[in-house]
Design a protein around this ligand. Structure first.
Ligand SMILES: Cc1cc2nc3c(=O)[nH]c(=O)nc-3n(C[C@H](O)[C@H](O)[C@H](O)COP(=O)(O)O)c2cc1C
Length: 234
C-alpha cells in the first residue's frame, strides 16, 4: 500500500458550478484533456466504470470506453448478448463513474440505460480498424470459450469471410453489435480536497420510479429547469 495522499484538488464550489450537469461534465472533460490527463484505467480515451444489476439484484461492474456524449448522456458500444447487455434488457437500472485521479475528480451517474440508435452504431463500427470489426464477429462476448486458440480460429474464419480491402464496409455490422447510453437521473461531481473534506455536488432530476422507469422520459443533461443541486457530506 502507498502512503496516504492529501487530496489537493481545486475543489468545486457552488459559485463555480455550471448551470447544468452537461456543462459541468464537458467542462471537466475539456480541462482533463487540456492537461493531458487520461481517464482512470484507460490507455485510450475516457473509461467509464459501468455497473448493472443481475436478476438477483447483485451488482456487476466493468470498464467500458465512452464513445458517445451528448445531452442525452454518455454512451458506449458493446455486445447485446454480453452479460451487461442481458442484464440491461432485464433491468435498465445502471450506474457509472468516470474519474481522473490526478485531478482528484470523479463524476458519478445513476439512471437508466437506453439503446443507442442503429445508425449511430453502424457509423461508429465502420470507423473501427478492420481487426476490431472482424473480432466483433468472432467473439460472443461473455460466453465461455474452450481456449484462446478456439477464439483465434473463429477470428481467422471471419477474417477469410470478410477480407481487408481497406473499405469501411468490408465487414458488415454483426447482429449483436449494440451500445447503450446512460440516461442519468443523478449526476454527482466529486472533487477531492485537503483533510478529506471533499466537495460532492449532486444534480438530481426526478427519479426513475417517478418517471415510470422509462429512459426516454429522463430529462436532458443540458436542461437547466430539470435539475436541482445539493451538496453531500464527504
Ligand atoms: C480500458 C478498457 C476499455 C473497455 N472498453 C469496453 C467497451 O467499450 N465495451 C465493452 O463491451 N467492453 C469493454 N471493455 C471490456 C469490459 O471491461 C468487459 O470485460 C466486457 O465488456 C464484458 O463485460 P460483461 O461480461 O460484464 O458484459 C473494456 C475493458 C477495458 C479494460
Amino acid at each position: 500500500m502507498t502512503d496516504r495522499v492529501d487530496y489537493t484538488g481545486e475543489g468545486l464550489d457552488e459559485a463555480d458550478l455550471a448551470s447544468t450537469p452537461y456543462a459541468q461534465l464537458t467542462r471537466w472533460i475539456g480541462q482533463a484533456q487540456a492537461e493531458g490527463v487520461r481517464a482512470a484505467e484507460s490507455p485510450e480515451g475516457l473509461a467509464l466504470q459501468f455497473a448493472t444489476v443481475d436478476a438477483a439484484g447483485a451488482p456487476n461492474v466493468r470498464t467500458v470506453l465512452m464513445r458517445f456524449l451528448d445531452p442525452r448522456g454518455p454512451g458506449f458500444v458493446t455486445d447485446a448478448g454480453s452479460i451487461k447487455g442481458r442484464e440491461i434488457a432485464a433491468n435498465p437500472a445502471v450506474a457509472a463513474s468516470l474519474g481522473w485521479p490526478e485531478l482528484f475528480r470523479v463524476v458519478r451517474f445513476r439512471g437508466l440505460a437506453e439503446p443507442i440508435e442503429p445508425e449511430a452504431l453502424a457509423d461508429y463500427f465502420s470507423q473501427r480498424p478492420w481487426g476490431s470489426r472482424v473480432a466483433a464477429w468472432a467473439s460472443h462476448q461473455s460466453e465461455q470459450v474452450a481456449s484462446r486458440a478456439a477464439l483465434l480460429a473463429e477470428f481467422d474464419r471471419y477474417a477469410a469471410q470478410f477480407p481487408d480491402r481497406g473499405n469501411p464496409d468490408d465487414v458488415p455490422v454483426p447482429p449483436s453489435w449494440s451500445g447503450f447510453r446512460i440516461r442519468a437521473t443523478e449526476v454527482e461531481f466529486w472533487a477531492g480536497r485537503s483533510s478529506r473534506l471533499h466537495d460532492r455536488i449532486v444534480f438530481t432530476a426526478p427519479s426513475a420510479a417517478e418517471l415510470g422507469a422509462s429512459a426516454g422520459q429522463v430529462p436532458l443533461l443540458d436542461d437547466p429547469s430539470a435539475w436541482t443541486v445539493s451538496r453531500r457530506q464527504p
